[in-house]
Design a protein around this ligand. Structure first.
Ligand code: ADP
Ligand code: F6P
Length: 319
């Protein structure tokens, strides 16, 4: 009987559990013996590997996070550390590994594939920044968490004639900021694509207040672009709005996955098992125009950024 393993790596994402559950259940149904690796590549190097049965994945579909645990292990780039991981897989006679994670985790999987382990990647990250796939597992839940938070902040914004500068997580990618800005009807969105011009932001806020007579203003900004506290202070001093900065941070990453993420996770895991049955390696599972397809990991990582030009134009027309 062929033995396969599954791990989750990098930042956890809601829906990872749905993918683990489907790998175990579909895997067993297709005749594999399935093992879970605990704590990502760190656990793989330390040999934290355990056989998983049908009931080990009961009641996890609705849970956020990952029951297998996750980690970041920068040393996994080193040959000798990867070799240790492979030794551990061989000890269990495991020839295949499903890696659920983001682009960094994919690079680890690619390295193991080149050393003879059949690796398949499943995109699990709230950032939605793997260009080969239209969506990643966790993105929709994080988006929904942001919308919940912004809806609440808007109440105070209107009551207090206040501008909130809201920093959303998402690494250097713009998906979460742009989609939440459209969903929440924010006054401004700032991402790596829009760029950041502080004087322009101030003039926009003055316009919202003086021309449109708004009592509220919401600015949504991607993380790692500028200092939200500094901007909020300037808005406070130079416009008619009082202002506060809010960093949503890890609140976005937690909670029960929304249906879109549960379904995507289950579909993608089913495809991963299909690929392992065909003894494929160095491939990842992608959502493309509503279909689940396979691509080489290198190809998926190298694809150019998904163009969101139309969405940026739509946002501009809506404000
Ligand atoms: P994500 O997978 O969410 O993008 P990271 O970028 O932190 O998260 O990557 C997760 C882990 O993948 C890293 O901590 C490291 O163990 C492994 N990894 C990242 N880049 C490489 C690489 N170039 N080669 C091998 N392993 C890597
Ligand atoms: O990749 C997921 C992510 O949440 C990014 O959006 C964010 O920049 C990063 O991880 C935060 O990492 P950590 O959880 O290590 O603080």
């Amino acid at each position: 009987m062929r033995k396969i393993a599954v791990l989750t790596s990098g930042g956890d994402a809601p829906g990872m559990n749905g993918a683990i559950r489907a790998i175990v259940r579909v895997g067993i149904k297709r005749g594999f013996e399935v093992y879970g690796v605990y704590d990502g590549y760190q656990g793989l190097v330390e040999g934290k590997i355990k056989k998983l049965g049908y009931s080990d994945v009961s009641e996890i579909l609705a849970k956020g996070g990952t029951i297998l645990g996750s980690s970041r292990l920068p040393e996994f780039k080193l040959d000798e550390v990867q070799d240790k991981a492979i030794e551990n897989l061989k000890r269990f006679d495991i020839d295949s590994l499903v890696v659920i994670g983001g682009d960094g985790s994919y690079r680890g999987a690619l390295a193991l594939s080149k050393k003879g382990i059949n690796c398949i990647g499943i995109p699990g990250t709230i950032d939605n920044d793997i260009n080969g796939t239209d969506e990643t597992i966790g993105f929709h839940t994080a988006l929904s968490n942001i919308i919940d938070a912004v809806n609440k902040l808007r109440d105070t914004s209107s009551s207090h004639h206040r501008c909130f500068v809201i920093e959303v997580m998402g690494n250097n990618a713009d998906s979460l900021a742009l989609y939440s800005a459209i969903s929440c009807g924010s006054e401004l969105v700032i991402t790596n694509k829009t760029g950041y011009d502080e004087d322009f932001v101030i003039s926009e806020m003055i316009k919202n207040e003086a021309v449109y007579h708004k009592r509220h203003a919401i600015i949504i900004a991607s993380e790692k672009i500028f200092d939200v506290d500094k901007l909020a202070k300037r808005i406070n001093q130079e416009t008619g709005f009082s202002s506060r900065a809010i960093v949503l941070g890890h609140i976005q990453r937690g909670g029960s996955p929304v249906p879109e993420d549960r379904i995507l996770a289950s579909r993608m895991a089913g495809k991963a098992i299909e690929l392992l049955l065909e003894k494929q390696s160095g491939q990842c599972v992608c959502l493309k125009n509503s279909e689940i397809v396979a691509k080489g990991i290198e190809e998926a990582l190298m694809e150019t950024n998904k163009s969101k030009e139309a969405l940026y134009c739509l946002f501009e027309d809506l404000v």
